[in-house]
Design a protein around this ligand. Structure first.
Ligand code: ADP
Ligand code: ZN
Ligand code: ZN
Length: 728
């Protein structure tokens, strides 16, 4: 009887190929089921460069095992990815039609992806030995070692805490250890601070908290609560219940700028180790947070999009704050949606998922209204705050000073005079959106994109916001040689300048992508503003969840661009943005006011928003989506392609369309130009697949993708498939 073929490892690797790879075990090792979920380092490709992959199967070789290479080494003693998390990653690969190896690479913190060991999450500290205890009672030489010994005799001390409070302690500790007087040891989890007390819940909060206590197992809930209604308090209570049951909680938040405030609030209230996970952390900190959740040392993780991939061995609750936020959707690589993945994980884990927003996405709202999600509402602001009064400023035929109307400036003036703070909102950074020739109409365009260059630095620089190209503005018009070149319109930089000139005494802070590039920059800016009278001018970064008790006026400048966009989601996005930014006003005891400066006071979206609020806009938009068969009443996938020439893009998209097998209820539409047909020097196009049923869409995509990969024309383009695209 021939000997059975040797067992092999089936490895998922971070390469853009939809398959797994077989390897022999490292020399001398034998394959066993315990290898599943462990990382291995393997040679890959002709050059033989090493890759780190995950063992996703063990079995018999299909072909000639002698043709297989051996893995270099096994990197984990115990599986890194297993159980629910591994199943969920398989779901991501299937749903987004992405290679499993790339999904795994997306899910792992960078250090783990690179093959580093899982960080040791035990804390270490120092304690006095019995010899040390005895020695401390005798007279001894004064100095650092002695002082440290005396303090250790009162109890072991944590290294992190020593680092913070006793500079130079390490040398002293080494000296004590050399004499056998002190030793290093693993510490128990840090003692938890006593949690701060919670406010008495409002009746709405109490009802929501009570509802969340009923029933267990997977249950999605949409908490729709107006801005300032105290949704965070409801999350905190639900998390406290989850912790009391001995379980872990995951909280997703949209923005890094938002995390410090949120994190401080969670830490103060929960009294357990709360880990943070966002792009502002160093690689080591992220790996440590991941490991802390995996080991169960951390009980709560608060993080941005990619935190949805953290291990939750003792999961009890998943919360997605501001669930409508666009940042939950990854826009390159594996294009997952963190909210949707949180729901999938919740269902696999059998735990509740709480989605919260003042302006829910139409997808979630549709699920709530149709009874698939439980729908809880908070209709009143907490703590006695009232909703802001909204005033529309019709600026047709009125003079504007650098984009600001006199009425708006007067409102700011009055606000400052009351000693309060004003927010001037414009969703456009830079000095002006375009530089035009007043004589012939020429405007400065990016040479590599279908887009105008934005004027920066008060007119001294042109920057393309799409590809980053920079240029010096010409002195004269390149077309007609006129010197009448003028920045047209106003961005945050120009508004800041105009407001500074008008209110020279006021504290003025600009918040946009430029001023908040560095970590903690937003916190510092808000600290500079403090509690005194002042003006914040900025982009949508300011629309997100900051609590500024002295802020009573929100002045919205230029919503008009958003009223006339081709994107079918534009209305939803604009309404969300307006409500969120307006929601910054009057969150505490002082009453708030919102002024909205527009050239289109009669636009139906504004009217609906003013009269019926977000629910009315949402109802209207849902009806329109249903009539037009758009999501959530249909399901979309977008094939994007870019290449050096328009012909290559068109060639590929046409062949792709031809390779698409029409089936009942599923259509491929296009090729159509991308919203920006040229970007960074590349021609771009797309093809939209729509389906009335999700299963039909996925069946069609599964069949289509191998055909796409086989197309000759595919080699000349960069293409990607986006399931549930949010940017069409
Ligand atoms: P949301 O997340 O819905 O915008 P928050 O939870 O941030 O609202 O609450 C808004 C403000 O109201 C915060 O300053 C919060 O401390 C306060 N607040 C929340 N709930 C209560 C309550 N029950 N009593 C008093 N103040 C509250
Ligand atoms: Zn000109
Ligand atoms: Zn450009």
């Amino acid at each position: 009887m021939p000997a059975p073929p040797p067992a092999i490892l089936r490895v998922a690797l971070p390469v853009p190929l939809p398959r797994e790879f077989d390897y022999l075990p490292p020399p001398g090792a034998t394959v066993a089921p315990e290898w599943l979920g462990c990382r291995v380092r393997v040679p890959f490709g002709r050059g033989g460069a090493d890759l780190v992959g995950l063992v996703v199967g063990v079995g018999e070789a299909e072909g000639d095992p002698a043709a297989l290479k051996a893995a270099h080494e096994r990197l984990d003693e115990v599986p890194l990815l297993h159980g629910e998390l591994f199943d969920s990653l398989r779901w991501v690969a299937g749903y987004y039609h992405a290679p499993l190896g790339e999904v795994i690479a997306t899910a792992l913190p960078a250090l783990l992806r690179a093959g580093q060991p899982l960080p040791d999450t035990r804390r270490h500290g120092w304690a006095a030995t019995p010899a040390g205890q005895a020695s401390a009672t005798q007279p001894g030489r004064e100095g650092r070692p002695r002082r440290l010994l005396l303090s250790l005799c009162e109890g072991a001390r944590d290294e992190d805490e020593l680092d913070a409070s006793e500079p130079g302690w390490r040398a002293a500790a080494r000296a004590l250890a050399a004499r056998g007087l002190a030793q290093r040891q693993a510490m128990d989890a840090e003692a938890s601070p006593r949690p701060a007390s919670a406010p008495v819940p409002t009746p709405g909060q109490a009802a929501a908290i009570e509802a969340l206590r009923t029933g267990d197992g997977f249950r999605p809930t949409l908490l729709e609560g107006v801005t300032g209604s105290g949704k965070t308090e409801v999350y905190l209570q639900a998390i406290a219940d989850c912790l009391a049951a001995g379980r872990q909680a995951l909280v997703l938040v949209p923005e890094i700028g938002l995390t410090p405030q949120t994190l401080a609030r969670f830490r103060a209230r929960l009294g357990v180790p709360v880990a943070a996970f966002h792009s502002g952390l160093a690689d080591g900190e992220r790996a440590r947070a991941w490991a802390d959740m995996a080991s169960g040392r951390a009980r709560v993780l608060v993080g941005t999009r990619s935190a949805v991939f953290c291990p939750l061995p003792e999961a009890g609750l998943l919360v997605v704050d501001e669930e409508h936020d666009g940042s939950y959707k990854q826009q390159d690589g594996v294009r997952y949606h963190a909210r949707d993945l949180a729901l999938v994980r919740g269902s696999k884990l059998g735990v509740p998922v709480l989605l919260g927003s003042a302006t829910p996405s139409l997808e979630s709202l549709h699920n709530a209204l149709s009874g698939r999600y439980r729908h809880l509402r908070l209709t009143e602001r907490a703590g006695g705050a009232r909703p802001p009064a909204v005033r529309v400023l019709d600026v047709r035929k009125r003079p504007l000073h650098d984009g600001l109307s006199e009425a708006l400036l007067e409102a700011v003036d009055a606000c400052l005079a009351r000693g309060e703070q004003a927010l001037v909102f414009k969703n456009r950074r830079g000095y002006a959106p375009v530089l035009i020739c007043h004589d012939c109409g020429w405007s400065a365009h990016c040479s590599r994109c279908d887009a105008a260059m934005t004027v920066h630095a008060g007119g001294r620089r042109l920057i393309c916001h799409h590809c980053g190209a920079r240029a010096t503005p010409p002195n004269a018009c390149p077309d007609c040689a006129s010197l009448a070149l003028q920045p047209q319109g106003a961005g945050t930089e120009r508004l800041e300048q105009a407001l500074a000139a008008r209110f020279p005494e006021a504290c003025l802070v600009r918040v946009d992508r430029e001023t908040t590039r560095r970590r903690d920059a937003l916190e510092k800016l808000l600290a500079r503003l403090g509690d005194g009278p002042g003006i914040l001018v900025g982009t949508q970064i300011l629309a997100k969840g900051h609590d500024l008790p002295r802020l009573t006026l929100v002045a919205v400048v230029g919503v008009d661009e958003g009223l006339f966009s081709a994107d079918f989601r534009a209305g939803e996005k604009l309404a969300q943005l307006l409500i969120q930014v307006a929601g910054r006003a009057g969150r505490a005891r002082l009453p708030g006011e919102v002024v909205l400066q527009t050239h289109h006071p009669d636009h139906p979206l504004l009217g609906t928003l003013l009269n019926g609020g977000y629910p009315a806009v949402a109802a209207l938009q849902l009806a329109e989506r249903e009539a037009a068969a758009f999501p959530p009443y249909a399901h979309l996938a977008l094939l994007r392609a870019e290449a050096g020439t328009e012909a290559e893009v068109q060639g590929f998209l046409k062949e792709a369309h031809a390779a698409f097998e029409a089936r009942e209820g599923v259509r491929a539409n296009g090729p159509m130009p991308a919203p920006m047909a040229r970007r960074a020097g590349k021609a771009r196009g797309q093809l939209l697949v729509d389906a009335s049923l999700r299963v039909a869409l996925h069946a069609a995509l599964r069949e289509w993708l191998p055909a796409l990969r086989a197309l000759r024309s595919a080699r000349r383009v960069r293409w990607s498939l986006d399931v549930d695209p949010t940017d069409l």
